[in-house]
Design a protein around this ligand. Structure first.
Ligand SMILES: NC(=O)c1ccc[n+]([C@@H]2O[C@H](COP(=O)([O-])OP(=O)(O)OC[C@H]3O[C@@H](n4cnc5c(N)ncnc54)[C@H](O)[C@@H]3O)[C@@H](O)[C@H]2O)c1
Length: 262
C-alpha cells in the first residue's frame, strides 16, 4: 500500500472482526490510521486487531461492543475517546442477515434485525456526531446493502433495515454538513464473507441448490459475472473518508458490479 491518507487519524469500525468490517479496519490501518475494532465476537475481534497492529504498526484497540445495546455503545466510544481523544472516521459494518417468507417472520426476528442493523447504526452515529461536530471534521460511512435499494422475496426485515440506514444517513448528512462532516451509505452487492456463505447455505437449501450453486447463480446475475471481495468494498469506504470526497455527502453508493443502477 503506497498511499497513506489517514496517518494520525482515528478510525472506528463496527463489525470489525470479520468480512467487510475487517477489510475496512485493515485498509485504514494500512493507510496509517489508528483503529478501534468493535464487535460482539471478542476472540476474532482481538485477533483482527492484533494482526492489524503487527502488520501495520499503528495503535489499535479491540473493544467488545454490542451495537444494539445503548450502554455497550456508550462504553465502547468512551474507551476510544479516552485513548485517542478524537474520532475521524466511523464505519458501521456490524450487521446480521435474517430472511424468511413473510408469514414466517416472527416479531422477535423482525425486532432483532432492526435492533442490530438499524438501531445499531443510529446509536453509533449518535455517539460520534458531537465529537465530529466539535472537531469540525469527520466522515461517517454506514454500511447498507443493495437490499436497501431493491429487494427480493423473503428478505423484508433485512431490506427494511438497510433502506432505513439510507434514510438515517441522509438526515445525519444534512445535520452535520455545516460542520464539515460527511455521512454516506455504502450499498455492497454480494461480497464473499461469512455472512454471504451463510446466506448461500440457507437460501440455497430453500431453493434446492448447494451453497456453491447459489453463489454461482448470484455471480451470473451480476453484470460483472462475479461476487465482490471484501477489500473491494473497503476501497470505496476509504475513498469516502479521504480528502478526495469532502464535497460528497448524503449519498448511498452501490458497490455491486452493476447489479442495481439508479
Ligand atoms: N456480504 C455481503 O454480501 C453483504 C452485502 C451487502 C451488505 N452487507 C452488509 O455489510 C456488513 C458486513 O457484513 P459482512 O458480510 O462482512 O458480514 P460478517 O458476518 O462477515 O461480519 C459481520 C460482523 O458483525 C458482527 N456483529 C453482528 N452483530 C453485532 C452486534 N450486535 N454488535 C457488534 N457486532 C456485531 C459479527 O460478529 C461479525 O464480525 C453488514 O451490515 C451486512 O449487512 C454485506
Amino acid at each position: 500500500m503506497d498511499m497513506k491518507r489517514f496517518v494520525g487519524q482515528v478510525a472506528v469500525v463496527t463489525g470489525a472482526a470479520k468480512g467487510i468490517g475487517a477489510a475496512a479496519a485493515l485498509r485504514f490501518a494500512q493507510e496509517g490510521a489508528n483503529v478501534a475494532c468493535m464487535d460482539v465476537d471478542r476472540e476474532t475481534n482481538e485477533a483482527t486487531a492484533a494482526r492489524i497492529k503487527q502488520d501495520c504498526g499503528v495503535d489499535t484497540l479491540a473493544i467488545y461492543c454490542n451495537v444494539a445495546d445503548p450502554e455497550s455503545v456508550k462504553q465502547a466510544f468512551d474507551q476510544v475517546l479516552q485513548r485517542w481523544g478524537r474520532i475521524d472516521v466511523l464505519v458501521t459494518s456490524a450487521g446480521i442477515y435474517t430472511g424468511s417468507p413473510l408469514a414466517d417472520v416472527s416479531l422477535q426476528q423482525w425486532q432483532r434485525t432492526i435492533d442490530v442493523n438499524l438501531t445499531g447504526v443510529f446509536l453509533c452515529n449518535q455517539a460520534v456526531a458531537p465529537v465530529m461536530m466539535k472537531q469540525k471534521s469527520g466522515s461517517i460511512i454506514n454500511i447498507s446493502s443493495m437490499a436497501g435499494k431493491t429487494s427480493w422475496p423473503g428478505t423484508m426485515e433485512y431490506s427494511a433495515s438497510k433502506s432505513g440506514v439510507i434514510g438515517l444517513t441522509r438526515s445525519v448528512a444534512m445535520e452535520l454538513a455545516p460542520y464539515g462532516v460527511t455521512a454516506n451509505a455504502v450499498c455492497p452487492g454480494n461480497t464473499l464473507t461469512e455472512m454471504v456463505k451463510g446466506v448461500a447455505e440457507q437460501v440455497g437449501a430453500r431453493d434446492g441448490m448447494s451453497a456453491q450453486e447459489w453463489l454461482a447463480m448470484r455471480a451470473n446475475d451480476c453484470p460483472m459475472k462475479r461476487i465482490a471481495e471484501p477489500w473491494e468494498i473497503a476501497g470505496v469506504i476509504a475513498f469516502l473518508a479521504s480528502q478526495d470526497s469532502r464535497y460528497l455527502t448524503g449519498q448511498a453508493i452501490e458497490v455491486d458490479g452493476g447489479m442495481v443502477m439508479s
